[in-house]
Ligand binder design. Structure first.
Ligand SMILES: *Cc1c(COP(=O)(O)O)cnc(C)c1O
Length: 427
């Protein structure tokens, strides 16, 4: 059956048991796979036959779970990675190298910002950061002759900006570049970036997809829509023979639908080994089976908590794109009509000191660097992830000194609100 709903794909996508086979995705806990002849093996090494030979490159459990995420996002090929960071790195490094340039939204996850602005810079890849709210002219002005990709987050962590994906896709495509979207916070339940023009979608599966704070992981999905062969010199790695695989040309052998992921597996997984373990992929799959049920609850809880905060006299401001009047309300109505995510940010009166005091008084929401799982949690970036920065630097980064990031879990909204209320009464 085709055109299955996301709810069905969450449970059954990517894997179909044949007669007498396990109903649940089996954990293939094996580093290696056996062949009858050296010739059989040689075909795998030349990418002439598909099959498994070593779990540093590919493992059947991981591939089954990747296929489910691929179906959810509406892509043509996908791979799991050991973490979201590995997925971000591979998505860029699969098409960029020393001397290349990327246009990137300035509102992205802090870890991604470090990877791009420090580590990839050391590898000779330069990034220009643009405000997600920039005009089309400002966006177009950021491109250079050596620009090879555009990157942004559907809902930025922790700034909670909603990206105008169509605006970024249009600019990327008019400059012959693919748009890469980190869809971690929205998940394919609430937004499928490929439907709005994104070419590659990545995830930190550590967050809502696993959803239980149990396993770090990542995923890359290719839409199969970007035509690399229109720019064979720009994307020479995909369009000219790979010497390390007996001269295979990825776009010729695997088509637009398979070239990007096959190259990332064959070259980057082989060389960097950032594979997800089959055990973790199994845990991730259990999370995916209830993703559609959980996302609905995360969003309902966040909406209720945001509305409560908005009306509380000790709360100075609230950011949540589900609130009417929020800066991103209109974009959220367009891209996230069924809900955005469970994460809210807000400030309490009395600033930095009261933010810390308030968080210390919470009984249900725990203080964690993590976000986006079944358990409610919160973080004060100014004393944790961003503690190196002065108050002026914090404000420039869009993280005010009083900002509390609150991740609503799937507990009772009534209990979450009562907990917040009692903690606010202590400040
Ligand atoms: C957490 C996160 C990442 C990094 O993922 P890890 O699994 O922690 O490596 C990337 N992007 C976003 C939006 C995230 O929230």
């Amino acid at each position: 059956m085709s055109n299955l709903h996301r709810e069905t794909l969450c449970v059954q996508g990517g894997y179909a048991a044949k007669n007498g086979e396990p109903r649940q995705i089996p954990i293939i806990q094996s580093t290696t796979f056996k062949y009858d002849s050296s010739d059989d093996m040689a075909k795998l090494f030349d990418l002439e036959a598909s099959g498994y030979f070593y779990s540093r490159l590919q493992n059947p459990t991981c591939d089954n779970v990747a296929a489910k995420i691929c179906a959810l996002e509406g892509g043509t090929a996908a791979m799991l990675t050991s973490s979201g960071q590995a997925a971000s790195f591979f998505s860029i490094f699969n098409i960029c190298g020393c001397g290349d340039h990327v246009v990137c939204s300035s509102s992205i996850y802090g870890g991604t910002f470090n990877l791009f602005s420090v580590t990839l810079k050391r590898m000779g890849i330069e990034f220009t950061f643009v405000s997600p709210d920039c005009t089309e002219d400002e966006l177009n002005a950021a491109f250079k002759d050596n620009t090879k990709a555009v990157f942004g987050e559907t809902i930025a962590n922790p700034a909670l900006c909603v990206l105008d994906i169509e605006k970024f896709a249009k600019a990327a495509h008019s400059h012959g570049c693919p748009l890469i979207i980190d869809n971690t916070f929205a998940t394919p339940i609430n937004c499928r970036p490929i439907e709005w023009g994104a070419d590659i979608v990545i995830h930190s599966t550590t967050k809502y997809m696993d959803g239980h704070g149990a396993a770090v992981g990542g995923c890359i999905v290719d839409s199969g829509k970007f035509d690399w062969t229109k720019y064979p010199e720009k994307f020479s790695g995909l369009c000219t023979p790979d010497d390390s695989y007996h001269g295979v040309t990825y776009t010729e052998r695997f088509g637009l639908e398979g070239a990007f992921i096959t190259k990332a597996t064959a070259q980057l997984m082989r060389d960097f080994g950032a594979i997800q373990s089959p055990q973790n992929a199994f845990i991730l799959n259990l999370g995916l089976e209830s993703l559609h049920v959980r996302m609905k609850r995360h969003c309902e809880n966040a909406q209720a908590v945001a509305e409560f905060l908005q009306n509380h006299p000790k709360v100075s401001w609230v950011n949540y794109c589900g609130l009417k009047g929020d800066k991103y309300y209109d974009l959220a109505q367009k891209y996230l009509p069924n809900g955005s995510c469970g994460v809210i940010s807000f400030g309490v009166s009395g600033g930095r000191e009261n933010a810390k005091k308030f968080m210390g008084e919470l009984k249900i929401a725990a203080i964690e660097t993590h976000v986006a799982d079944a358990h409610s949690c919160c973080l004060h970036p100014a004393s944790a992830t961003h503690r190196q920065m002065s108050d002026e630097e914090l404000i420039a980064a869009g993280v005010s000194p009083d900002l509390i990031r609150f991740s609503c879990g799937i507990e009772s909204a009534e209990d979450l609100i009562a907990d917040i209320e009692q903690a606010l009464s202590k400040i």
